[in-house]
Design a protein around this ligand. Structure first.
Ligand SMILES: Cc1cc2nc3c(=O)[nH]c(=O)nc-3n(C[C@H](O)[C@H](O)[C@H](O)COP(=O)(O)OP(=O)(O)OC[C@H]3O[C@@H](n4cnc5c(N)ncnc54)[C@H](O)[C@@H]3O)c2cc1C
Length: 491
């Protein structure tokens, strides 16, 4: 059979993000030959944007006096998902996530500088976010260097196009297009699909979710390579969709801004938000769980809202700091000292339509394109709630009730950002892809954001770092499983 292939490996990994690299490095450690295909010119994918990853009962938590038990984590995943998550996959991840910390630190050279939460005030958030120095981008560098050092063939600019199967359905290899555009066929005893989900594919977003034509409106802040290739290939090979296939990690975000923007950070604060018609629609403190806030904005008309604030709020953010950060791109409590200049420039930039400023609420409404009378009524009601210290409509905590009274007033349009999709391919707790009868397809595995089971219909924000933690952990667990089966002669 070997003449059918340009090269043969024990394992071919498709995708060079955290899950694929973790798998490739472990495969090499386990003595397997391995090729890793990455369609971009560099590794990293969406993982390169991640800040930290989750673990439970880790030694990094222990030495900081932090207790998050595996039982707490397991219960939180299952409860949060209303038991739509797959208990066996949750269990496997929860059991092994702390080992990932040890591997990254002791075997790859990572240094963990903190273990924390994403939002100090988010109720029930577990302290699981392990932040490596240089964030996950540095882990990626360490893993890629180690993979190459251990003899993994890393093919950049190489896009896998289909899975090869023998007559029995066993997956025996991959076809790909190499960096020169030439077709290649790689043979493998096992193929690991690690392509990171479909966040960059608007058509798939609309196919798998019930939002109103959300795909084209999304602002993808993750890797451009997450176009659902792995999902397509697995389905073509007889794999199946996990019930959580439509799970997206969304968040409110400004178009045409970097995640470090202070105008964006100010507009993300839980103060006063109105929809496209100028009406307040929620307890803005939903911002404390950015994924929940993402689900809210995605469901609004136009998948957007306006965050409205006054110069008093700008001063507060400069002098006292923000209420909620954006990952570690904008830290919790950070003083937004660059905000006055940035927002003034944004509001006067004729090319920018998503920030407007005015000296009256009515003029602001006109610039926003909403009915001035509606916005006036909403602002007056909100300011009254701020004065009373009681938000009887949406029950927001008093500390976030900042009035909109002092000009100049600003309105910033927040649209729907997407980080990743999660939960596409049905796998078992060994990360093997399952067919329509629930049987593993021999030789086919899926990991990271391609794989379903850890979440229900939404990301589990009470356990920060889950996506990247699962990516890293499912990667090395899969390599070990493949090595075991090859050792046992079943692959
Ligand atoms: C801004 C941002 C911040 C985040 N912060 C965190 C965080 O702090 N903690 C956390 O847990 N999660 C975080 N996430 C999510 C996290 O990064 C991902 O969930 C996870 O790391 C994804 O890993 P992955 O290996 O599954 O996918 P990726 O890292 O996306 O890797 C998939 C790779 O496959 C490649 N690929 C796709 N198709 C093909 C093909 N046909 N052939 C070859 N290669 C292909 C892609 O180009 C990509 O490089 C964040 C995401 C973003 C965008």
């Amino acid at each position: 059979m070997s003449e059918q292939f340009d090269s043969r490996y024990d394992v071919v990994v498709i995708g060079g993000g955290a899950s694929g690299l973790s798998c490739a490095v472990q495969a090499a450690k386990d003595g397997l030959t391995c090729a890793l295909l990455e369609k971009e010119e560099h590794t990293g994918g969406s993982s390169a944007f991640a800040e930290g990853h989750a673990a439970f009962e880790s030694d990094e938590q222990a030495k900081r006096g932090i207790t998050v038990t595996k039982t707490q984590a397991f219960d939180t995943y299952l409860d949060y998902s209303h038991w739509r998550a797959d208990a066996s996959i949750v269990s496997r991840f929860v059991e092994n996530a702390a080992t990932t910390i040890v591997k990254m630190r002791d075997e790859e050279g990572a240094v963990y500088e903190d273990v924390t939460v994403t939002a100090v005030d988010q109720p029930g958030e577990l302290v699981t976010w392990h932040l490596p120095e240089g964030e996950v981008a540095h882990l990626i560098e360490l893993l890629e260097a180690d993979a190459r050092h251990r003899g993994v063939d890393v093919f950049l600019g190489t896009s896998a196009t289909s899975l090869l199967q023998d007559e029995s359905g066993r997956v025996v290899g991959v076809t790909a297009t190499d960096a020169d555009g030439a077709p290649v066929r790689l043979g493998a005893r096992a193929v690991v699909v690690a392509t990171g989900g479909y966040a960059a594919n608007p058509e798939l977003v609309d196919r798998y979710t019930r939002y109103d034509a959300l795909g084209e409106k999304l602002i993808n802040v993750g890797g451009p390579g997450n176009t659902g290739d792995g999902l397509r290939m697995v389905l073509e090979a007889g794999g199946t969709e996990h019930r959580s296939i439509g799970t997206l990690l969304l968040f409110p975000f400004m178009r045409d801004k970097a995640i470090t923007s202070q105008t964006n950070a100010a507009a993300f604060q839980p103060y006063f938000w109105v929809d496209a018609h100028g009406r307040r629609f929620t307890d803005e403190a939903v911002a404390l769980s950015f994924g929940n806030a993402g689900d809210v904005v995605a469901g609004l008309p136009g998948a957007m809202f306006w965050s409205v604030f006054d110069s008093g709020t700008v001063r507060h953010l400069v002098e006292d700091g923000n209420e909620v950060g954006l990952g570690i791109y904008v830290r919790n409590g950070e003083k937004l000292v660059g905000l006055p200049d940035e927002i003034a420039a944004d509001a006067t930039d004729p090319a920018r339509t998503n920030v407007v400023g005015a000296d009256t609420i009515e003029d602001l409404a006109t610039a926003m394109g909403v009915d001035p009378a509606v916005l006036r009524t909403e602002v007056d009601a909100y300011n009254a709630a701020c004065e009373d210290g009681v938000d009887s409509r949406f029950h927001k905590a008093a500390k976030f009730l900042l009035p909109v009274t002092t000009p100049p007033f600003y309105a910033v349009k927040m649209e729907t950002g997407i980080m990743v999709t999660m939960g596409a391919i049905r796998i078992d707790d060994r990360m093997r892809c399952l067919d329509a009868d629930g049987r593993p397809i021999p030789g086919l595995y899926s990991v990271g954001c391609d794989a379903g089971g850890l979440f229900g219909e939404s990301y589990s924000l009470p356990i920060p770092g889950s996506a990247n933690g699962f990516a890293l952990t499912s990667g090395w667990l899969t390599a070990d499983d493949i090595a075991e089966r090859i050792g046992a002669g079943s692959l």
